[in-house]
Design a protein around this ligand. Sequence first.
Ligand code: SF4
Length: 273
Amino acid sequence: MDDRSALTRLDRCVAGCRACPRLVEWREEVARTKRAAFADWTYWGRPVPGFGPADARLVIIGLAPAAHGGNRTGRMFTGDRSGDVLYQALYDVGLASQPTSVSADDGLELYGVRVTAPVHCAPPANKPTPGERDTCRLWLVQELRLLRPTLRAALVLGAFGWQAALPAFAEAGWAVPRPRPAFAHGTRVPLDGLDLFGCFHVSQRNTFTGRLTPEMLRAVLSAAADAAGLRQPSLRSRRPLLHPSPAGSPPPPPPSPSASAGSAPNRCRTVER
Ligand code: SF4
């Protein structure tokens, strides 16, 4: 199985996961009741897989989908204010085809970048429990293993993502220092063959208060893109350096519930290289 098809299969498995009862109940309840502004939407209401090409050189790791963002649109950071900030910055530094991300079929392409999260279901109050974080880590570990042949940099948004990502990198085979490096905005930690960057999360709490400005985000993104070898002159014309994600492709359909039910994300454990 090549990397692209393995990642597609992983994404399908993620989208069918029901391992966390509290999150399954919440994401589906939100999808039923909706926000008034999105009453005409059919919410995704499932785990949101990562978004971006299988040969990504840079991975961006957030926290979890937003109830009315990714949980509505089915694509990471799509349809909410955090995503507005992130994708504008990706576009500004030449890593996205457009500055907006509003729906899974809006034509957005990422150039050498994959966006994912350590928790794939929208949590109440944007706060997954440590147990939910640990349960979901299996998916991130498998995703990182599949990306490893091309992955050269990672940008982690926020302390929660940092704490979740370090064990995942270790489990996926990278040598993570002990004691584990602390999260800080702008921090850069060399792992073997990969540079790990920390950045404040693009949450409204950070961007509205000025704790994270567009300039700060672009600076960290640019450093991570340089470390990944993505900032070539050709990118200045916004042409893809690597294979972009399929234009406008919606998230893959999940497997049938019977293939994904269980107390742990166990039925797809074989999605490994
Ligand atoms: S393990 Fe991840 S994808 Fe599965 S239900 Fe929990 S949060 Fe969602």
